[in-house]
Design a protein around this ligand. Structure first.
Ligand code: ZN
Length: 123
């Protein structure tokens, strides 16, 4: 399988209940997001999917998160905006935007600090 990775960032605020004092207070992160898509079939140009196209999908998804108070967004209404849930949201949104049946999102990693991240994989 071939796998492509795109790295991007967004900045936002969130508040998580019941995970310890620090996270219960309103605070922000500069999330680093790694998005991976995979597939076995390359096109005639020898590529899986055009990076430009992939980046533009990712950019659209980042625009729904960047500079927002995540707890107030519809997609986090029933699920707290933890790094885990953010990664899953991005993975699902991106999968919907990818129109090639042979290309799928393999995993999304959300880094909330330099040394802490959560990954969502479709299994
Ligand atoms: Zn946090």
């Amino acid at each position: 399988m071939f796998e492509l990775k795109v790295v991007t960032h967004f900045a936002a605020a969130h508040q998580l209940k019941m995970v310890g004092e620090k996270c219960e207070n309103l605070h922000g992160h500069n999330w680093k997001i790694e998005v991976c898509v995979g597939g076995n079939t390359l096109n005639n140009a020898g590529i899986l999917v055009d990076f430009g196209e992939l980046k533009s999908h990712v950019k659209e998804i980042m625009a729904t998160l960047d500079h927002k108070f995540l707890n107030e967004l519809d997609m986090f209404h029933d699920n707290p905006p933890s790094s885990e849930i953010i990664a899953r949201y991005i993975a699902r949104e991106l999968q919907e935007k990818i129109t090639y049946p042979e290309v799928s999102v393999t995993r999304v990693t959300a880094w909330e600090s330099e040394n802490a991240c959560a990954t969502y994989q479709f299994s």
